[in-house]
Design a binder for this molecule. Structure first.
Ligand SMILES: *Cc1c(COP(=O)(O)O)cnc(C)c1O
Length: 396
């Protein structure tokens, strides 16, 4: 198929849940992607914060190929080594005790909600528990994850939502306190809100919530699906706040493109789930877990966290210059290589112009340009990005 045939057939055959750019991506190398016409793009989207290691990393690819030739799938009625190895590395990196592997972010949220409910059920013997989530949050599209996603537009046509979910204002401790009652079993939020517009939690908020949870016997679930896996400069964003959650959710960069997610918990909480409570056919399969093993191993070997710290400081500096220079940019927010520029205009025009310049960027919320590049970018990638973005801003 040529480029036009691919686009035409896609519009005929795929359920139309996305408005796509008129570009067919074909292959990638490092921090750059190439379309079917050979045009090069600098990738500051990383497949939505997924491809942390950059494209076509030889060791990662070889690790996957070796696993393909060995064993791609087995059922969860047997053990497999990649899953156990991935569990070892991930519990070590997060400080959590146990892990359940899923196939996506939304499934990690489903599992986290079920775990919190089961834990509360064992404690109280009742099932009418409530969960507090945040306005402008994003946790995924399946029914449980959608129910805790604070976006009326996403929920509207799909009611009724699972009951017992209340929405507080992010970074407003009093608004959370006001919703707590004896039924509250968990509080869930993103350590850095992603889709909602790149808002890091304040230290007061996250510390306050932890203290509140300890006082009332409520579980703290942190969604690290986007901000975790090194993106903010620590393996997980909560590690920079000195706060330990009871449950965390991970996905996106965990497999660097091979679909895998996970929810992790402390021993005390994890033991609430027993055989028969939860399961998945694909979750924890050897191919997906081999990808996670490669990712976690290469993070160490390539000193990815050091690179994030170094390059993100430079990125912040360069973005701050743009804030000073352009009236259409209101402010910069973010942590590490998860940055946002809040605009006074809708970002779609600038994103389209950036694509013309060969730069891939996404939006977040209604007015934020989002920067979530591969974690192996260099300062010269930042310079290239700024050059292209300036052209896009000037042609707006
Ligand atoms: C992307 C995302 C999800 C959903 O993950 P999927 O793999 O798309 O289901 C959940 N939470 C956050 C914070 C995300 O960024």
């Amino acid at each position: 198929m040529n480029t036009q045939q691919i686009i035409t057939t896609a519009e005929e055959k795929l359920i139309h849940t996305y408005n796509r750019y008129q570009i067919v991506l074909d292959h990638g190398n490092g921090t750059h992607l190439y379309d079917t016409d050979g045009k090069e793009y600098l990738d500051f989207g990383a497949g939505i914060a997924v491809f942390a290691l950059g494209y076509n990393n030889k060791e990662y690819n070889d690790g996957l190929k070796a696993q393909i030739d060995k064993l791609i799938h087995t059922s969860n009625y047997f053990y497999n080594e990649p899953a156990v190895h991935a569990a070892q590395l991930l519990t070590q990196a997060s400080g959590m005790d146990r892990v359940f592997f899923t196939n996506s972010g939304t499934e990690s949220i489903e599992g986290a909600i079920k775990l919190a409910k089961k834990y509360a059920y064992l404690k109280t013997g009742s099932v009418n528990h409530e969960i507090i989530a945040m306005q402008h949050s994003f946790h995924g599209r399946s029914m449980g994850a959608l129910a805790v996603t604070g976006n009326k537009h996403y929920q509207e046509a799909f009611g009724p939502m699972i009951p017992g979910i209340r929405f507080a204002e992010y970074n407003n401790l009093d608004s959370v306190k006001a919703l707590i009652n004896e039924k509250t079993c968990a509080i869930i939020f993103e350590t850095v809100q992603g889709e909602g517009g790149i808002y890091p939690a304040t230290k007061e908020f996250i510390e306050g919530i932890r203290a509140l949870c300890d006082e009332k016997g409520i579980l703290l679930i942190l969604d690290e699906i986007q901000c975790g896996m090194g993106r903010t400069g620590s393996m997980f964003a909560y590690q920079q706040y000195g706060v330990k959650p009871d449950i965390i959710t991970v996905a996106k960069a965990l497999g660097c493109g091979v679909p895998i997610g996970a929810f992790l918990a402390t021993e005390e909480v994890a033991k609430a789930l027993v055989p028969g409570d939860h399961g998945t056919t694909y979750g924890g399969n050897p191919l997906a877990c081999a990808a996670a093993v490669q990712v976690l191993t290469l993070f160490e070997k390539l000193h990815v966290l050091d690179n994030v710290k170094e390059v993100s400081a430079y990125l912040e500096e360069q973005l701050d210059k743009l804030v000073a220079e352009y009236d259409t940019i209101k402010e910069r927010r973010g942590m590490g290589l998860m940055q946002g520029l809040e605009l006074t205009v809708a970002p779609s025009g600038i994103i389209a112009k950036a694509l013309e310049q060969g730069l891939i960027l996404f939006s977040a919320g209604s007015n934020v340009l989002r920067f979530v590049p591969p974690l192996v970018i260099t300062k010269s990638d930042v310079d290239e990005m700024i050059g292209k973005l300036k052209k896009a801003l000037e042609n707006e």
